[in-house]
Design a protein around this ligand. Structure first.
Ligand code: GLP
Length: 245
C-alpha cells in the first residue's frame, strides 16, 4: 500500500482527479468505481475542470457506485444517484445508461443480485475511488466482527448515522440501512485510491497506515491486501496520526 502526503486537502483532490483523468485518457472505455461523501465533492469538481481543459471523453466510460441508502428515491437530493448526477455525470459527456448506482427503492434482494452482477459486468472496475468513515468504513462496510465479501445490506453504525445527519434537516429521517459493495468486490478493482482528511478520520487512518493488522474492526484495512492501493492524506492529517513517511 502506497501512502501519499499532500500539502493540503485541495492538493489531495487535484491529485486524485488527475489520476482519474489519466485513466480516462489511457483507456477510453474504462470502468470506474465511484464513491460519494463530502471528501469526493472536490475531487469531482476538479475532474470536471480537467474535462473542460483537456477535452476528456467520457462517452464510453462506465461507472459503478459503491453504495446507496435503502428507501431513498433517486430524485431525492440526498440520494447517492442524485449526488453523482449533480457532482459529475451532469457535467461531462458520460452516457447515464453506462452509470450504475444501486436503486434504493426496488425489491432489495433483486437489487443486490443486479448490483453484484453490475460490478463484474464486462470485467471488474479498472479503478476504485474511496473515502473513509469515522469507524474506518469503506463504502458502507461498517466495523464489526466480520466483513461481507459481496454486495449486501448493511445496518449503519451510530457514528455513520451521526456523521450523515449533517445533511438531513429532520434527524429522524437519516437512513439507518444501505446497500453497499462488499470488501471483496472493492478489492477486485485493478487500482484503489482512498482519500481522507480531517481530525475525525484520525483513528481510522491510524489503523490503516500505522498498524500492521487487517481487521474487521477497521474495514479499510483490507486495502493492505490489495496489490495497487494508494492512500492520500494531507499534511495536517499525517501529523495527527504521527505518520512520518
Ligand atoms: C459515507 C459513504 C462513504 C464515504 C463516507 C465518508 O458514509 N458511504 O463512501 O467514504 O461517507 O464521507 P465524508 O467524505 O463526507 O467524510
Amino acid at each position: 500500500m502506497k501512502v501519499i502526503v499532500t500539502e493540503n486537502f485541495a492538493e489531495s483532490c487535484k491529485l486524485v482527479a488527475r489520476r482519474i483523468a489519466d485513466i480516462v485518457k489511457e483507456k477510453p472505455n474504462a470502468k470506474l468505481g465511484l464513491a460519494t461523501g463530502g471528501t469526493c465533492e472536490d475531487i469531482y469538481a476538479n475532474l470536471v475542470k480537467l474535462y473542460h481543459n483537456e477535452k476528456l471523453d467520457f462517452s464510453d466510460i462506465h461507472t459503478v457506485n459503491l453504495d446507496e441508502y435503502i428507501g431513498m428515491e433517486p430524485t431525492n437530493p440526498l440520494s447517492y444517484r442524485y449526488y453523482m448526477n449533480h457532482n459529475l455525470f451532469d457535467h461531462v459527456n458520460i452516457d447515464k445508461a453506462n452509470t450504475y448506482v444501486a436503486g434504493g427503492m426496488g425489491n432489495v434482494e433483486d437489487t443486490i443480485d443486479e448490483f453484484r452482477a453490475k460490478i463484474y459486468e464486462d470485467g471488474a472496475p479498472d479503478f476504485q475511488l474511496l473515502g473513509i468513515g469515522v469507524s474506518g468504513h469503506i463504502g458502507f462496510n461498517e466495523a464489526g466482527e466480520q466483513l461481507h465479501s459481496l454486495a449486501h445490506v448493511e445496518q449503519l453504525d451510530t457514528t455513520t448515522i451521526e456523521a450523515n445527519a449533517r445533511y438531513f434537516e429532520d434527524k429522524n429521517k437519516v437512513p439507518t440501512t444501505a446497500m453497499t459493495m462488499g470488501v471483496g468486490e472493492i478489492c477486485a478493482a485493478n487500482e484503489v485510491w482512498l482519500v481522507a482528511s480531517g481530525a475525525s478520520k484520525v483513528n481510522a487512518i491510524k489503523g490503516l497506515i500505522m498498524e500492521p493488522y487487517v481487521t474487521p474492526h477497521n474495514p479499510s484495512t483490507v486495502l493492505k491486501l490489495h496489490q495497487d492501493a494508494t492512500v492520500v492524506i494531507d499534511k495536517a492529517l499525517a501529523e495527527l496520526v504521527g505518520y512520518k513517511g
